[in-house]
Design a protein around this ligand. Sequence first.
Ligand SMILES: Cc1cn([C@H]2C[C@H](O)[C@@H](COP(=O)(O)OP(=O)(O)O[C@H]3O[C@H](CO)[C@@H](O)[C@H](O)[C@H]3O)O2)c(=O)[nH]c1=O
Length: 331
Amino acid sequence: MSKQKLLITGGAGFIGGNFVHYMVDKYSDYDVVNLDLLTYAGDLTKHRQIEDKENYRFVQADIADREAIFALFEQEKFDYVVHFAAESHVDRSITDPAVFVRTNVMGTQVLLDASRKIGLTKFLHVSTDEVYGELDFDPSVFFTEETPLQPNSPYSASKASSDLLVRAYYETYGLPMNITRCSNNYGPYHFPEKLIPLTISKVLNEQKVPVYGDGKNIRDWLHVYDHCAAIDLVLHEGVSGEVYNVGGHNERTNLEVVKTIIHTLDKSEDLIKFVADRLGHDKRYAIDPTKLEKLGWKPTYTFETGIAQTIQWYTANAAWWEQILSGEYRK
Ligand SMILES: Cc1cn([C@H]2C[C@H](O)[C@@H](COP(=O)(O)OP(=O)(O)O[C@H]3O[C@H](CO)[C@@H](O)[C@H](O)[C@H]3O)O2)c(=O)[nH]c1=O
């Protein structure tokens, strides 16, 4: 049998980057192409260990560049596409929504058109629990795959729009697809603008940690390696046309997360600084992953083991995030 060709978009980012490693290491019989534009959050140093491997190749291109994407698909005739490439930071979407629509919505549409043209085994669209909007603080209520889409931020609205396009290409053209919707990820190579890596970097540098509002908003944290395993499973075992939620029942208030990091690093809670709240700040996200568990997925990290490992990684790899911070994110 000839090698399977897998396109991973956004493979220079956090989750996509971890997934590139996961697939290159696990499947030597897959040819993996990592397609990324290398925006401010893209970084290839994380792939030094695999860049010479025979089953890995990097291509720099914009997913919204129709000509470049169609040429790549014609040449490579991919069997699978796993689509991570997206603008992902909620705060940035509040100040500059347009780039979120361009990349997340229009870029996804270009990929869908190119996929439809060559015919694929599967298009897996990596999405987010934020498309469901927010939950209140009742701990017995979770997002399920049936929860209506009610995105609140420009970011989540752009992701919900792309989810609907993927669904439409399945319904209209029969494009084989899955959508996964995951809760907040954390782990190695998380860009230091997001809560956990930002907090670790600030605490290690003894700087104030900005906590939005009263810090009582709740997120459901999942280690990125568990997310990678979930995507692998859905790619190969997911029923085409279905949505799968990914989450690990690790709900924490932001303040709890920040305090855990401060205590683990043996620093003072005086580093916490309450700042103005995010506009339209969603109160709580929490996922019911039953449908995915029925496929055979189970998270392997508790929040305690995962956050300890992550703090250790950031401490040992300070050069990686310090270099990013010193370049002010290549704004
Ligand atoms: C950056 C920052 C964040 N926060 C708060 C806002 C949120 O309630 C929580 C987590 O913020 P963020 O790390 O920006 O992540 P959040 O807005 O939840 O969104 C993340 O998780 C989503 C999945 O739920 C992904 O789809 C997004 O791409 C990803 O960015 O911490 C602070 O209190 N202070 C901060 O400096």
